[in-house]
Design a binder for this molecule. Sequence first.
Ligand code: BTN
Length: 324
Amino acid sequence: MNRNANIARNRVLSVLADGEFHSGEILGKELGLSRAAISKHVKLLGTLGLDIYSVTGKGYKLSQPLQFLQRHSILQHIPDSHDISLEVLNVIDSTNGYLKDKIGDMESGHMCLAEAQTAGRGRHGRTWVSPYGASLYLSCYWSFSAGYQAIGGLSLAVGVALADALEIMGVNTPQLKWPNDLYLQDKKVAGVLVEVEGQMGAGCDCIIGVGLNIDLPENQSTIDQPWTDLAKVMETTIDRNRLAAEVIKQLVASVALFESDGLAPFISKWRQLDLYKDKRIKMTSGNTVAEGIGRGVNDNGGLLVEVDGIEKAFYGGEISVRKA
Ligand code: BTN
């Protein structure tokens, strides 16, 4: 889409953001666009996952008001925010992809947030559903000078950071599914994708991507697992900018601590929040399938599964609940 069309689409959205009805005719007059152009922009906004009603005689309305992410609002919740390097983007294919393309051109700790992703990436090659304004899509670049051997367990530390951020926001009892999915009330609310670039024996560049569901439109037929969002479990309206600030604070503090002290400072909290502790699970790692009882994590962040009375550690793969 060209730059002018992008600007026009954003102007339409900023009028609709109040969640009230706006007639196509008045919108058009206010923005200097034809009714047909307004209708085209509204359709496009729909393809970005926004829920917009069109009612004859009344006009267009977002199903609920929309709070935009704003860099200055986020930073005002962060003490020492001058140390934070943050870009707030509008629509992007993937925040992880965006940062990956900038490797070599940014400092360790640089972050970006987007309102929507058109090609959000999940773990195991899945797609991360990323409707406009409905979640947090955050990526953080970190360069580990000590190389690959220094990043084992990083994703567990990031999971703990997210749980801490949610607790500070007043969310009760977040849980972690190994290695780093965040669950609330037995449903996934957030996921982490760590992408690593680098060569053996050299420093390594990590892009840490966090997707946190805030208020997803209800009909999500493409999500293939039980999911929830913060709006379903919190009684108060969520301030997205404050939430983003809290996640950023915890993430930066945790990754810096992980870089200096490794996984040790995070292990006991991870074990406390373990969703599958002492539950019957199935672990699939490549061609290996182990069915047994979840026994938490070892000090290196490996998942322990008790199979026929013997504990085995896994460092990659995916857990599912074992069917009886
Ligand atoms: C998972 O599959 O659980 C991991 C999901 C990670 C999604 C986030 S959203 C921000 C960042 N950019 C991406 O393309 N993916 C991650």
